[in-house]
Design a protein around this ligand. Structure first.
Ligand code: SF4
Length: 310
């Protein structure tokens, strides 16, 4: 596809975020070194059972060990769709159908097809069935509006499949130390395929799609995805980014050894916290705004002492 066919906003994303320059090469020892650091920490921790970590458990620990422990212990209320989650799920499904589609579909047809597919998900189906006709139309329209923002920001991925090799909703899992630690995540969008014949050259860009404002934790989440891809494929992505659909702006970071080390540090901290908690140690609680959704909020000593001191 000719780039002259792109709108200015799409060209800006293609040139500024995806980039056309030569992709970086990584030294062959970069990923094995990070893997060895994590595995050493896992072995030293002697976890009683396999530990599964994803981006949300790492964010929980950054906030407060009590929140991390509560979530790991299954104390959170079972997941139920809210309007925001339902729109997000519809949008991601619609993007998946758009990128994979053989024919061009208008955004409303894509949103409707996405809703139909999602009825296979019991939780989504329950939410959808509870809505009246108008409620469903409103939900579809919210997804259509965000899909329009995506289409006007990103180059047309369906038509540029050969050049950009897009993958959506990509589940990636890595087992370390013989399965004692499992890291996993589902990446919203990954562009770029493996480079044949050049094993050390980075070729991928991982993008998380968000509505709303940037938060510092978004950058940490993307560093975790950089680590996940690096461990899974042996070569890190060249860049990770959060793309804010409302504004068309992005927060991007080029991946290097320091980015991987930072992500590995957070994983190692979680491994050590898990080992400490399982052996009965008490970790210092850190109250904050997130106490509002912590399952242990009621009766938490750290939270009440903060409440009386403010
Ligand atoms: S209520 Fe706040 S301080 Fe207490 S465990 Fe939960 S997040 Fe931590």
């Amino acid at each position: 596809m000719e780039t002259s066919e792109l709108t200015p906003a799409q060209r800006r994303t293609l040139e500024g975020l995806i980039g056309a320059g030569e992709r970086p090469r990584f030294r062959k020892d970069v990923v094995p070194r990070v893997r060895a650091r994590i595995e050493e920490a896992v072995r030293a921790a002697e976890l009683p059972e396999p530990l599964w970590l994803g981006k949300s458990s790492l964010s929980d620990l950054d906030r407060c060990p009590g929140l991390f422990d509560a979530a790991r212990s299954g104390e959170r209320a079972p997941f139920a769709y809210t309007e925001r989650f339902a729109v997000g799920r519809l949008l991601h499904k619609a993007i998946e159908l758009e990128v994979a589609g053989r024919v061009e579909r208008d955004p409303h047809a894509l949103a409707e097809a996405a809703a139909e597919r999602l009825l296979e998900d019991d939780a989504f189906a329950a939410y959808w069935m509870d809505l009246d006709e108008l409620g469903r139309d409103e939900l579809l329209m919210e997804a259509v509006k965000t899909l329009e923002l995506f289409r006007s920001t990103m180059p047309p991925l369906r038509r540029m499949r050969r050049e950009l090799a897009p993958c959506t909703e990509w589940p990636v899992r890595v087992e370390l130390a013989g399965g004692a630690l499992v890291l996993s995540g589902t990446l919203d969008l990954v562009l770029g395929a493996s480079q044949d014949g050049d094993a050390s050259r980075a070729s991928r860009l991982a993008i998380d799609l968000k509505t709303g404002n940037p938060w510092p934790e978004h950058a940490e989440e993307m560093r975790f995805y950089a680590l996940l891809l690096a461990l899974r494929f042996g070569v890190p992505p060249y860049r990770v980014a959060t793309l804010y659909l409302d504004s068309g702006e992005w927060q991007a970071e080029d991946v290097d050894g320091r980015v991987l080390d930072r992500a590995a540090d957070r994983v190692i901290a979680a491994v050590r916290a898990e080992a400490a908690l399982r052996s009965g140690e008490t970790l210092a609680l850190r109250p904050g705004p997130y106490c509002a959704w912590c399952p242990r909020a009621e009766g938490c000593p750290a939270r009440s002492s903060e409440a009386t001191s403010t």
